[in-house]
Design a binder for this molecule. Structure first.
Ligand code: GLN
Length: 563
């Protein structure tokens, strides 16, 4: 048996996908951390891509970038928002990554003379990934992607079955997330899908210790007893995972069900806090549930048919709201529609406009029109990555007089490539992991909106792009009023631009949304929401004075008529 000082919690999912395994794993992390334990979370995805970096966000959702430049599953974003430890490339593995490593070893001759097989070679590789972060943490939570019963997740499940044997019974627990559907017509909660899903797990030798039962209605004791009997899980360990108003309430809801206490007991964990300190989470919930103001932000995107494509962005706006005691309503606007029909109809009632990142030509002209609308109508604006590139194009065309400005991503032969490939990106043909990725330092200029937000000179933010601001046009754009408020330490890469004489116009080449958490909202989102609230208050005032003006007019008319 291997001797290690880390305990493992494996989280699997059953019945159907999208039950919120990522949020469940994150919430368990938050609860154990609140008990004083050092925790991290790993995600194992059964698909064959080495990482999600080459996938369309409409298929797979957002690609989340870590400080060390890994392109990872969006669940890692949840992990970073719920626990304090940062994620690295070791926190996400896929079938592709595992096989890539095994095949590379085979070619090197590491298994010389042997037949390389799923068991033990692939399962051993998976187990070495489980161990990659051990001893640095008290507890590692491993979320297994996919649904039990899928062919492709079998090697992972086999590996985690073996793992308990390898490191000892007291060091590993299995938590299974299932669905207990509510049938409206008969007013009943049904347990059969859970029974079948657990049977599937037991067929491969895994007996769950805890069941998280996702449900619309609280599960009565009698039903918990039934599930307990059929699934061979203690009745206290049959946990109601009820639907809640905001994801940040899940740790509190699971704590009410006693989940953290059960995990701590099963793993015989020694904890310093007898009761977890959940005050920070309670505070966040209070702010989300009782806002004192409201603002509407338009996200002008090209992947809006799947909102998971902008997961971190959505959360960062919620965090900006928390920082301002405000509810943030989001209008998802399709940039292609703005391209065809113009911006007025979609943007005339919003308090702030956000143009996010993206790839390729589709929808670009609509995004540029949205930038013009924000600039000319003085609507608070935040541009991110492609959104920043569109802002530079817009400014070049409409203010700096470079009518043929564009990004060479859209048109490689354009006359004014204000956004262009850096020389080190020329000739790269491999698509996986070859962009400017991960954390890069940036220096801010004093007396700018960026400096006012961050309140420091040196910052670090995460990137994921190939194209950059083209320095050939820098002087010309600055001379026509564009402010460059953030650059790389050597001064060569433009990271932030601003437009003066505007209430709040900031566009950044990096992705600030990846570093925002409900506990520490990102300064740019905080200030963006603040500016949008100011705009809505101003409008209210104007409306009020207009209304009272018209009342005075009416009065005057009546008096005149009477005379
Ligand atoms: N397509 C742009 C580039 O590669 C922007 C990428 C992004 O928005 N993440 O530079």
């Amino acid at each position: 048996m291997k001797k290690i000082n880390t305990k493992y919690v494996f989280v699997t999912g059953g019945v159907l996908s999208s039950l919120g395994k990522g949020i469940a794993a994150s919430s368990i992390g938050a609860l154990l951390e609140a008990s004083g334990l050092k925790v991290t979370i790993q995600k194992f995805d059964p698909y064959i891509n080495v990482d999600p970096g080459t996938m369309n966000p409409i298929q797979h959702g957002e690609v989340y970038v870590t400080d060390d430049g890994a392109e990872t599953d969006l669940d890692l974003g949840h992990y970073e928002r719920f626990i304090s430890r940062g994620m690295t490339r070791k926190n996400n593995s896929t079938t592709g990554k595992i096989y890539h490593s095994v095949i590379t070893k085979e070619r090197k001759g590491d298994y010389l003379g042997g037949t390389v097989q799923v068991i033990p070679h692939i399962t051993n590789e998976i187990k070495s990934e489980f161990l990659a972060l051990s001893n640095d943490y008290d507890v590692i939570i491993c979320e297994i992607g996919g649904t039990v019963g899928d062919i492709e997740s079998l090697p992972f499940l086999e590996a985690l079955r073996q793992f308990r044997y390898d490191i000892g019974k007291d060091n590993v627990i299995y938590i299974h997330l299932t669905l207990v559907p509510y049938i409206k017509t008969s007013d009943e909660l049904k347990t059969k899908p859970t029974q079948h899903s657990v049977r599937k797990l037991r067929e491969i030798g895994i007996q769950p210790d805890i069941l998280l039962c996702r449900t619309e209605k609280p599960i009565p004791i009698a039903l918990k007893e039934k599930i307990s009997l059929f699934c061979d899980v203690k009745k206290e360990a049959v946990i109601t995972a009820r639907d809640v108003g905001t994801i940040y309430e899940v740790p509190l809801a699971l704590n009410e069900e006693g989940l953290d206490g059960i995990i701590i007991d099963l793993l015989k964990l020694k904890i310093s806090n007898k009761k977890p300190d959940l005050s920070r989470w309670k505070n966040i919930i209070k702010k989300i549930k009782h806002p004192t103001s409201e603002t509407t932000i338009a996200i002008v995107g090209k992947y809006i048919n799947l909102q998971d494509s902008y997961k971190s962005l959505h959360e960062a706006l919620v965090h900006g709201g928390i920082a301002n005691n405000s509810r943030v309503l989001i209008n998802w606007v399709d940039s292609e529609k703005i391209g065809k029909e113009g911006p007025e109809r979609f943007l005339n009632s919003v308090n702030g406009i956000l143009v996010p990142g993206g790839f390729g030509e589709r929808g670009i002209e609509g995004k540029i029109k949205a930038v013009t609308y924000a600039r000319e109508n003085k609507i608070p604006f935040l541009g991110i990555c492609l959104g920043m590139q569109c802002s530079v194009i817009e400014y070049s065309r409409n203010v700096a007089g470079l009518a043929k400005a564009n990004s060479s991503e859209v048109d490689p032969h354009i006359k004014h490539p204000v956004i262009d490939l850096l020389p080190d990106q020329n000739g790269i043909s491999y698509k996986g992991g070859t962009m400017r990725l991960g954390a890069w330092p940036c220096q801010l200029k004093k007396k700018t909106l960026a400096y006012a937000a961050y309140k420091k000179r040196e910052i670090s933010e995460r990137h994921r792009h190939r194209y950059e601001f083209n320095n050939k046009f820098r002087l010309q754009l600055e001379e026509t009023g564009l402010t460059i408020s953030g650059v790389s330490p050597d001064g060569n890469l433009v990271e932030i631009i601003e437009i003066p004489n505007h209430p709040w116009f900031v566009a950044v080449q990096f992705h600030p949304e990846f570093k925002s958490t409900p506990i520490i909202p990102h300064p740019l989102f905080k200030d963006f929401i603040h500016a949008s609230l100011k705009k809505s208050r101003l409008e209210e005032k104007e409306l009020f004075s207009m209304e009272s003006g018209s009342a005075v007019d009416k009065m005057e008319k009546i008096i005149l008529e009477k005379l």
